[in-house]
Ligand binder design. Structure first.
Ligand code: NAD
Length: 258
């Protein structure tokens, strides 16, 4: 179904676990060349890369803390040095950092949330831009930037998550500008916006809290990371979505309907 993803060079930020890792495995299974990233190389990464290679793809891990602009630059440089260019960028690194009510937000918390969610998306995209332009010019096919938004980008986020929700709304919004001014470069921009997925993101919730959240989801349960992955394959594939840009695909079991 996504045959054109074979040999595409795909950089996925924040893919050492959770949704990003599931997405990386799905691209590897489609025969893509995949770059994984996290702050630190997990102990079992060698085995993970081996499995992904056996599935038909080629994968490499690049450690970089994307809260830092310099490390956003070095991640892009390392990926390009390894694979020769970038066809698809997936801006997945992100998270709550913590839950802090408005009355307690300080500069350190503000910087941590905005650096992880906004700076990383902005700067990795910025440094990847010339490579995405080159990919489109050389192949005659659109390159893709797929960012990860959130249900919180619409709703404002749960308790103590105001900055996280606003950071995801920023991602939902900045894409409109990128579509208006960089479609001419042969790049499509789309967003996958998860609802509630069963990852470390929700490690702070006990069984009672999980049950309360599940009760508010028409499908009655959290999503599994592998259930998010096909939305990314869809946006990356020009066969599947060649005329789709500037969109947000909500993968949320019906939890929110914009
Ligand atoms: P997760 O915590 O399991 O994964 C986060 C990933 O980001 C990890 O691979 C981690 O290594 C990486 N990361 C964290 N800080 C980093 C940094 N400074 N530099 C580089 N990488 C870093 O959570 P997840 O649920 O898989 O989250 C993936 C994306 O989905 C995030 O953008 C998150 O905001 C978004 N999201 C998740 C949910 C959910 O319910 N799980 C809902 C909406 C949006």
């Amino acid at each position: 179904m996504f045959a054109d993803l074979k040999n595409r060079r795909v950089l996925i930020t924040g893919s050492s676990q959770g949704i990003g890792l599931a997405v990386a495995k799905a691209f590897a299974a489609a025969g893509a060349h995949v770059g994984l990233n996290g702050r630190r190389r997990p102990d079992d990464m060698e085995a993970t890369l081996g499995t992904m290679g056996a599935a038909g793809g080629e994968a490499e891990f690049f450690a970089a803390d994307l809260s830092s602009t310099e490390q956003c630059r070095s991640l892009v440089e390392a990926f390009v040095a390894r694979f020769g260019g970038i066809d698809v960028l997936i801006n997945n690194a992100g998270g709550l950092v913590g839950r802090t009510p408005l009355a307690e937000i300080d500069d350190g918390f503000y910087d941590a949330v905005m650096d992880l969610n906004v700076r990383s998306t902005l700067m990795v995209t910025r440094f990847a831009l010339p490579h995405l332009q080159a990919s489109a010019a050389q192949s005659g096919q659109s390159a893709s930037v797929i960012s990860v938004g959130s249900i919180a980008g619409y709703t404002g986020g749960g308790p103590g998550a105001s900055l996280y929700g606003a950071a995801k709304a920023w991602i939902h919004n900045v894409q409109k500008n990128w579509v208006n001014f960089h479609t001419k470069d042969g790049i499509r921009f789309n967003i996958v916006s998860p609802g509630t997925f069963d990852t470390a993101f929700h490690a702070d919730k006990d069984e009672a809290a999980r049950a309360r959240v599940s009760a508010g989801i028409p499908m009655g349960r959290f999503g599994r990371p592998e259930e998010a992955a096909p939305a990314f394959l869809f946006f990356a594939s020009n066969m599947a979505s060649g005329y789709v840009t500037g969109q947000i695909l909500d993968v949320n079991g019906g939890q929110y309907m914009p």
